[in-house]
Ligand binder design. Structure first.
Ligand code: FUB
Length: 516
């Protein structure tokens, strides 16, 4: 049961406005009133603070609309009682040189002078750099602020600082070591940089190191130390059907590596969090009250999406039987699923495969076919697809159940970025039909209604009931003269004549139908 109670508290001159949130399950704020992304935890004053950006994209907008940072604070994770400060800071409020609108993944750390430093990736307003992202540093006496620019000359990292570069300079992570020395890492799109900072928390020392030994590094580094070993967690992506990280290119796992010293060398150690429901994943790992936690974001809140993310927290355990100690894979906790009800769509109990398996282009995800999610603004991993530079005239997708099932209808939701009839890109199929496996052969179903190819809604076809273990949708691509568009499907439902309860016993890991 999700419990979420919010009430506004008056803000004082020093304290931003707050409200109380009671969270029994993930995400911490689950009702969709406020989305929260890119968590960065900090322990201060005996409390756990989580800095997060605030996702404000409309449901049909695929962009990071992030105008400000917010804080979640608790002294009792298990009790789920959080104070939420929805609006602690906007980029342009603290950095005179910053443009509004991109309050990306920041981190607050306590400096050797006991003050708090916020490392903030924001866009420079007047930069001539091809990519205007830069990292600024703000300072305050409390994690709640008030914040002021700690380096009024401008950012400390950009495409011209501390040395000229061509990467996107976001996702800072900072650690103050036991000896008081300070280290900053940052980067995205596979580029990870690290540098030492002076004790003033803002002056780079020496040249940046470039890290290339953390397998699949994509973005979102998180640096910390435990028992003398340095750990770097990060959003990883080395997509493919056999990847230990993620099958689809736009998803990310959280992987990590270790190093004997803060600037490396780094050794990859494995995956600590499987892909989440949002395409991006972003780790914050910290010990609080004798327990380690993985803090991350998902699309699991009400109305959530890839650009409407919400912070979640789960326990992280260590395997100290090996050296250096490894993190055990975190078990994600989700909102409790509603009790299973009998339903006509039994696709979720089938294993999906396709004519282009196992070489489905890695931007697509076969498991999207029967995940029950249809988005207004899908990204490639929200669908199965077949796009390649040279597409065949025909593709198929297929379900196999562990035991025979009876079906009499099907609904299919196509995706296209080209109009009907196109011979390039992804277009609705010219036509499609269903076949079922019967006595060792594929037979067409006998349709009672037409096969539609409309976009923007599911196309339903009804047919004379069949009992089978395998159903196949055969998709004839649009185009011709040896040039065909690709096809893509967001969701494919297989409907039984009467509602049935999907029993786990119907599950099968076998996708092959040619043996039936
Ligand atoms: O929130 C914007 C971007 O999404 C962050 O910079 C990345 O780490 C990803 O979480």
């Amino acid at each position: 049961m999700i419990g979420l109670i919010g009430w506004a508290c008056a803000s004082s001159a020093q304290q931003p406005a707050s409200r109380q949130v009671q969270a029994h399950v993930n995400p911490i704020m689950a009702d969709g009133q406020y989305y929260s992304a890119d968590p960065a935890p900090l322990v201060a004053d005996g409390r756990l603070y989580i800095l997060a950006g605030r996702d404000e994209a409309a449901p049909d907008v695929n962009d990071f609309v992030m105008k400000e940072w917010q804080l979640l604070v608790t002294d009792d994770v298990a009790g789920g009682r959080w104070t939420h400060y929805p609006a602690i800071l906007k980029p342009e409020q603290v950095f005179a040189w910053a443009a509004p609108g991109r309050a990306y993944a920041g981190q607050i750390v306590q400096g050797p002078d006991r003050r708090y430093y916020l490392y903030a990736p924001v866009e420079e307003r007047d930069s001539t750099n091809p990519d205007r992202f830069a990292i600024g540093v703000a300072v305050a006496d409390s994690p709640l602020g008030p914040w002021r620019d700690a380096h009024r000359q401008g950012p400390i990292v950009s495409q011209s600082l501390p040395e000229r570069n061509d990467i996107q300079n976001i996702d800072p992570t900072v650690m103050v070591d036991d000896d008081g020395r300070v280290y900053l890492y940052w980067g995205t799109f596979g580029k990870l940089r690290g540098i030492e900072l002076a004790a003033d928390m803002r002056t780079p020392i020496g040249h940046a190191v470039q890290v290339s030994t953390l397998d699949g590094f994509f973005e979102a580094p998180w640096l910390f130390k435990r028992n003398g070993t340095y750990y770097m967690a990060y959003a990883g992506n080395n997509a493919g059907p056999d990847s230990p990280c993620t099958p689809a290119r736009y998803h990310a796992c959280i992987a990590y590596g270790t190093a004997p010293s803060p600037l490396g060398p780094w050794t990859y150690r494995g995956v600590v969090l499987d892909p989440v429901s949002s395409t991006t994943s972003h780790p914050g790992i910290i010990a609080f009250g004798g327990q380690w936690y993985m803090i991350y974001h998902t699309a699991d809140a009400r109305g959530g999406g890839h650009f409407r993310r919400s912070v979640a927290i789960d326990m992280l355990e260590w395997d100290d039987s090996v050296r250096p100690a490894r993190m055990r894979k975190v078990v994600q906790t989700h909102p409790p699923r509603p009790a299973l009800k009998p339903q006509r769509n039994i696709a979720a109990a089938a294993q999906a495969s396709a004519s282009n398996s196992p070489d489905i282009p890695t931007q697509y995800w076969i498991k999207a076919l029967n995940d029950g999610i249809v988005r207004a603004n899908p990204l490639p991993p929200d669908m199965w697809g077949s796009w390649t530079p040279h597409n065949p005239a025909r593709q198929w997708i297929q379900y196999r159940w562990g035991r025979p099932v009876t079906l009499d209808a099907s609904r299919i939701t196509f995706f296209a970025d080209q109009p009907a009839g196109a011979s390039q890109g992804v277009a609705p199929p010219a036509r499609w039909h269903l076949e079922y496996r019967d006595d060792g052969r594929w037979q067409p179903v006998l349709p009672i209604s037409a096969y539609g190819v409309a976009l923007g809604a599911a196309n339903t076809v009804t047919f004379r009931p069949v009992t089978t273990r395998c159903l196949r949708a055969v998709l004839d691509a649009s185009g011709g003269a040896s040039q065909y568009a690709a096809v893509a499907v967001q969701e494919w439902e297989a409907l039984a004549p009467q509602p049935v309860l999907l029993a786990p016993a119907t599950m099968s890991s076998d996708t092959r139908c040619d043996l039936d």
